[in-house]
Design a protein around this ligand. Structure first.
Ligand code: DGY
Length: 317
């Protein structure tokens, strides 16, 4: 069985994969072109892409050999699952294993935005720090502030746990319906996103990307947020209208934001790069050694199940 891995994976996983299958690895780690991805569909039984590959209908139409797209990552909005399904190609992802890492990063962004850590570091490195003074780079406390979680799945809940038990924040959340897990966090359910936004001092996004959530946080949603509040996004860039966000940050309506994801990665909206009150990270949500290895092992488990003809553990289409 021939497997194409589109980017470098942790060594341990690449070795484990190569021990079992005929694998083509990407030693240079350069992203494959759309033409290369399309022709891979005719040359490999399994394509193992990441969020940096756009697997659209044209790619899926590129050949008839591929029967499994084993994504390295939990989000799969970069894959046209409808087109894959129509062609009888299974799609799997890697859920569960990156929950803690992503929740840790959401808290990193909340803390960095609230405590103006990026601004402070830039000032210090520029040699512009004049020393301690009572009014220097004053941020916001977290205790007793309301953290609004949009999307109360695994990562949303893990973020809420950290914020509540670790930092004394009050939790409110939006989901399609109330969740039992909310009780342990004394979390308040909001039946609509605007209700949640109106009562939150900090808002953290944890919904999947794709058409259903595109620009969920648009100009109207930003206007529904509390003046002086903060927005954090570790989900997908397309969930936020970045032009509207830049305006809300420039006007000072929002106190700050923390972003890990962008609509057209690796491009970052130019307006945001100019602003001091936004923390910008390069899609690091799952980037710790343990998590990246676990993601690879989970993708491998799906490929092994496929090779054996048994049920795929993490089938999404
Ligand atoms: C995920 O797993 O979806 C992360 O965003 C990396 O792709």
């Amino acid at each position: 069985m021939r497997v194409l891995v589109t980017r470098r994976w942790p060594d341990t996983v690449e070795h484990a994969l190569s021990d079992s299958f005929e694998v083509v690895l990407n030693d240079s780690d350069a992203p494959l072109s759309q033409a290369d991805l399309a022709s891979a569909m005719g040359e490999f039984d399994v394509l193992a892409p990441t969020v940096s590959d756009t697997i659209d209908a044209d790619i899926i139409a590129g050949g008839d050999r591929c029967r499994l797209i084993a994504n390295y990552g939990v989000g799969f909005d970069h894959i046209d699952v409808g087109a894959a399904k129509a062609k009888g190609i299974a799609v799997t992802n890697t859920p569960g294993v990156l929950t803690d890492a992503t929740a840790d990063l959401a808290l990193t962004l909340i803390l960095m935005a609230a405590r103006r850590a990026g601004e402070g570091e830039r000032e210090l490195r520029a040699g512009a720090w004049n020393g301690w003074r009572p009014t220097h780079l004053i941020g916001s406390a977290l205790r007793d502030k309301v953290l609004g979680i949009v999307g109360f799945g695994r990562i949303g809940q893990a973020t809420a746990e950290r914020a509540h038990h670790g930092f004394g924040m009050k939790i409110a959340y939006y989901a399609r319906g109330p969740k039992d897990e909310a009780q342990a966090l004394d979390a308040e359910y909001c039946a609509t996103v605007p209700d949640l936004l109106a009562k939150s001092d900090f808002v953290s996004l944890h919904v999947p990307g794709g058409n259903d959530t595109a620009h969920l946080i648009d100009a109207d949603a930003l206007a529904a947020m509390k003046p002086g509040s903060y927005l954090v996004n570790t989900a997908r860039g397309g969930v936020v209208d970045h032009d509207a966000l830049a305006e809300a940050l420039i006007s000072g309506y929002l106190a700050g934001a923390g972003l890990d994801v962008y609509p057209e990665e690796p491009d970052v909206p130019a307006a945001l790069l100019q602003l001091e009150n936004v923390v910008l990270l390069p899609h690091l949500g799952s980037a710790n050694a343990e998590t990246r290895e676990a993601m690879g092992m989970r993708a491998l488990a799906n490929i092994e199940a496929f090779a054996k003809g048994s049920g795929l553990p993490d089938r999404v289409a």
